[in-house]
Design a protein around this ligand. Structure first.
Ligand code: FAD
Length: 384
């Protein structure tokens, strides 16, 4: 059946945040709802592909630790129940690094948010995380709330829920221009004009193409992720040889993170690159990752008790960064019928079901019931 050309609500972008917003819009009773995606469902050109992601409450800012409480107590359990499958797999997690670096912000934030994250001494850390090396001056946090998010399963579940809710799903349909009107927004595609009363823009790394006014707020950086095997240690999560860990160097781009694999794809590691790197989301991804591989190999030599047996594969993925790494969850300053969700700065997946709820509520009701968001709304605004 052909899709109508007039909608009540359109979600622009079918990544994690677009599909999570759609899930909540449907749950809130929204009819005549559509999602436009420029590529095919499940594509690997944006920010939401790949086997898994880390979820944790250890954060440098107490607002995010507080949002994680609602994610763990409500948002993920609700999505798991509607999807009929587990999407979060709890696992040991250690966030550590020199106390004179960003580690101290994390240690402070988890205390002020009352998160179930505890600071432990080196003797306890060596017992609980024997694969890791701890040096003099390192602080260590043990995050009891952490785990792996089954990212691929989350994306397929959200798409299945959208289909079940009869959402109009238009993939391979890039929106070339958005034109605000007095009664909504006109959406220009290559061969058709669509009208919607309300629009949610969750376009990830392409947000500034449609909303140039965001250009001063956003920067795109392409990440290189490495998968590897360790000598004598299993990479499989169920074998419990290796934890999830995040090391915070006292340096620019301090965070290095690693996690075992849900499906035996090797241990994943990457450096969280938000500064000093600008990428064009439409440029072909570089294929030579040797420099980053050598950097990560040397890094692992210093940080782990086991040696790298083999590099199994590398992959790339995009971050859309704000300077503070705060998300943008807000209405367009001039056009209130447009709601914007972007700037997830490489840490948005764990919040997906909750940021989707916030965006859906902002779209339909102008405000959100999520307390930790409403209490800190200025942190998520378009205009600083
Ligand atoms: C390497 C890597 C590791 C990460 N690790 C973690 C982690 O451990 N924990 C965590 O919480 N988060 C992590 N993240 C972050 C998380 O994955 C992202 O924050 C999240 O996936 C962002 O989703 P999104 O929907 O905003 O963006 P995207 O998934 O990129 O979705 C945007 C969509 O909009 C579409 N689009 C854009 N323009 C148009 C247009 N004009 N017309 C139609 N469609 C359009 C795009 O094609 C795309 O599908 C990681 C990210 C990366 C890259």
């Amino acid at each position: 059946m052909p899709h109508p050309t007039r909608f009540d609500v359109v979600v622009l972008g079918g990544g994690l945040n677009g599909l999570a917003t759609t899930y909540h819009l449907s749950r809130m009773g929204c009819q005549n709802l559509a999602v436009f995606e420029q590529f095919g469902w499940g594509h690997k050109k944006g920010s939401s592909h790949g086997e898994a992601r880390i979820t944790r409450s250890a954060y440098h800012n107490s607002t995010y630790a507080a949002l994680m409480k609602e994610c763990n107590s409500e948002a993920w359990p609700q999505l798991e129940s509607d999807a009929g499958r587990k999407l979060i797999v709890p696992h040991r997690c250690c966030i550590y690094g020199p106390t004179q670096g960003p580690f101290s912000d994390y240690a402070e934030a988890v205390v002020s948010a009352g998160a179930d994250v505890i600071e432990i001494d080196h003797a306890t850390a060596r017992q609980r995380f024997p694969a890791l090396r701890f040096y003099e001056g390192d602080g260590v946090l043990d995050d009891k709330t952490a785990g792996l998010v089954a990212a691929e399963d989350t994306m397929t579940s959200l798409l299945a829920l959208a289909r079940k809710a009869n959402v109009h799903l238009l993939d391979q349909t890039p929106i070339l221009r958005i034109e605000p009107q007095s009664d909504g927004v006109l959406l220009h595609t290559a061969d058709k004009l669509y009208h919607t009363e309300r629009l949610v823009v969750t376009a990830g790394a392409w947000a500034t193409r449609l909303l140039p006014s965001l250009a001063s707020r956003l920067n795109v950086s392409r990440q290189i992720v490495m998968y590897f095997a360790l000598e004598g240690l299993s990479s499989r999560l169920s074998d419990d040889d290796v934890p999830i860990w995040g090391y915070l160097a006292a340096d620019a781009n301090p965070l290095h993170y690693s996690m075992p694999s849900l499906n035996d794809q090797g241990i994943k590691i990457a450096r969280h690159m938000v500064e000093g790197l600008t990428s064009d989301p439409d440029a072909p991804a570089p294929t030579d990752h040797s420099e980053m591989v050598e950097y990560l190999r040397a890094f692992l030599q210093v940080r782990l008790h086991a040696s790298v047996q083999a590099v199994l594969k590398t992959e790339t993925c995009l971050y859309t960064n704000t300077v503070t790494e705060d998300f943008i969850l807000d209405h367009h300053p001039e056009h209130p019928m447009i709601t914007i969700g972007t700037g997830f700065s490489g840490h948005g997946f764990k919040f997906g079901p909750l940021t989707g709820k916030i965006l859906a509520e902002l779209c339909l009701e102008g405000k959100s019931t999520v307390q930790a968001f409403s209490d800190n709304r200025s942190q998520f605004q378009v205009a600083l």
